[in-house]
Design a protein around this ligand. Structure first.
Ligand SMILES: *Cc1c(COP(=O)(O)O)cnc(C)c1O
Length: 431
């Protein structure tokens, strides 16, 4: 498989190059030359297939010969080694729970897949890999966990001091080993600026293979297709499902659309956004406006300009009418989010996290307008990750099982002012 840049000014590359580079130098995003179509063999005995088998068959054409089949099968199995239950809430709405991985959010799948691909390639290029990533919460935990203990890779996770939840900080700073937690006295943008500076530092690049595990990397994006197929395996209703995806950077939704273009049956996709409504406005008006990000309860989706949307436009050949046939986008306010969390807890005894609540609400609204529709929303993270849930719902049974999944070791983080030289000194001192 070849990947071209959505800006079309960088050369086409294979899977390995696309993963190692992350982003083409022209500032576009890598996009596969063709979307593979699933054949009868794939659909025969579909419900009896194992998760590992499905994952392998979905990803194989995207990887081509760049990873041998034995290793690819192993990487797939390690990326989906937990449950993805589709839970019925009402006669029309199901929740696809994507929080059963080690850091309790869907990003585990992409992070585990990417980390293992990188490790595989690291052995081939014979250079030490340094991964440096900025996080406002969920990404950091998933990346830290995904890379934890992998030989030849040293990871630096930068997060803003006092701006991530307790569980999130534990997931970043509680591991140690090859995972270096860097607490920055500043905000997320300052963390991101430090990462960008480091990635452009020629001196560091001479000595290591420097890369960022951000969500535009195809090795994080493509495996997110898997769980749409796992959901369809569990879908027993005769109505085609409408799939509602809480969206920030639109990577998760983009993966769902890839799955659909490959043959995954579904009626419609809904992008459920919070108050950051640039895409809902775009679908309505055709205008992409510039707006700063606003802070909401579903903070993993507080993104002003979703980077993966460029890939979605590419998928639909920039044909807005075609896109509107398949995709609706709505914006859900914090008030509606809180109301939904309370209502769903009351009526179904189900605890939604704020992101899942945005998804539930958007799907409910859609079904209200389209009474024949049924579907599922992606419950993208476990409610325990967000301190706000307890404030909203009071004490709920948080299923203590989840708490024991990640160990509460001592947190260890380097604390620095947002000054690049301090970060560089730290990196140098560690490797
Ligand atoms: C990252 C994240 C999202 C947004 O996913 P995108 O792929 O960026 O659209 C939604 N919910 C949670 C809990 C997340 O961590």
């Amino acid at each position: 498989m070849k990947y071209f840049s959505t800006n079309r000014k960088s050369p086409c590359v294979g899977f390995k190059e696309a993963v190692l580079q992350g982003q083409p130098s022209d500032g576009g995003l890598y996009f596969p030359e063709i979307i593979p179509k699933l054949d009868e063999n794939f659909w025969r005995d579909f419900t009896a297939k194992s998760k590992e088998e499905i994952a392998f068959q979905i990803i194989k054409p995207y990887v081509g010969e760049d990873i041998d089949e034995w290793n690819l099968a192993r990487i797939c199995a390690e990326s989906v080694s937990f449950e993805f239950p589709l839970v019925r809430l009402s006669d029309k709405i199901w929740a696809l729970e994507l929080f059963h991985g080690p850091t309790l959010a869907f990003k585990d799948v992409g992070a585990r897949f990417m980390s293992r691909c990188l490790q595989h390639f690291a052995e081939e290029i014979g250079k030490r890999i340094v991964v440096i990533v900025a996080t406002s919460g969920d990404t950091g935990g998933a990346v830290a966990n995904g890379f934890y203990g992998l030989d030849g890779i040293e990871v630096f996770v930068l997060y803003p001091k006092g701006k991530v939840s307790q569980v999130q900080e534990m997931q970043i700073a509680g591991l140690g080993g090859n995972i270096n937690a860097v607490k920055v006295c500043g905000d997320f943008d300052e963390c991101q600026r430090l990462v960008k500076t480091a990635l452009g530092d020629e001196e560091l690049r001479r000595d290591f293979y420097l890369t960022s595990a951000n969500s535009i990397n195809i090795a994080r994006l493509l495996p997110q297709q898997f769980y749409y197929f796992f959901a369809y395996q569990q879908w027993e209703d005769s109505t085609l499902p409408t799939i509602c995806v809480p969206s920030g950077n639109f990577g998760n939704l983009c993966a769902g659309l890839f799955a659909h273009f490959s043959g995954l049956p579904c009626k419609k996709f809904i992008a459920a956004c919070n108050a950051n409504d640039v895409i809902p406005i775009f679908l309505q008006t055709g205008q992409m406006i510039d707006k700063p990000a606003v802070k909401t309860l579903s903070n993993a989706m507080d993104i002003a300009r979703p980077s993966n949307f460029a890939r979605i436009l590419e998928l639909f050949n920039h044909d807005l009418d075609l896109l509107r046939e398949k995709l609706e986008a709505v914006s859900i306010s914090d008030e509606e989010t809180v109301e939904t969390m309370k209502k769903v807890f009351r009526e179904f005894n189900y605890v939604l996290d704020p992101h899942g609540a945005v998804g539930f609400r958007a799907l409910e609204q859609y079904i209200f307008k389209n009474p024949g529709a049924k579907g599922f929303f992606l419950e993208t993270a476990h409610p325990i990750k967000f301190d706000s849930v307890r404030h909203i719902l009071g004490d709920y049974d948080d299923n203590a099982d989840f708490m024991t999944k990640f160990s509460f070791r001592n947190k260890q983080a380097f604390e620095i002012e947002p000054d690049y030289w301090l970060l560089k000194k730290l990196i140098r001192a560690k490797i």
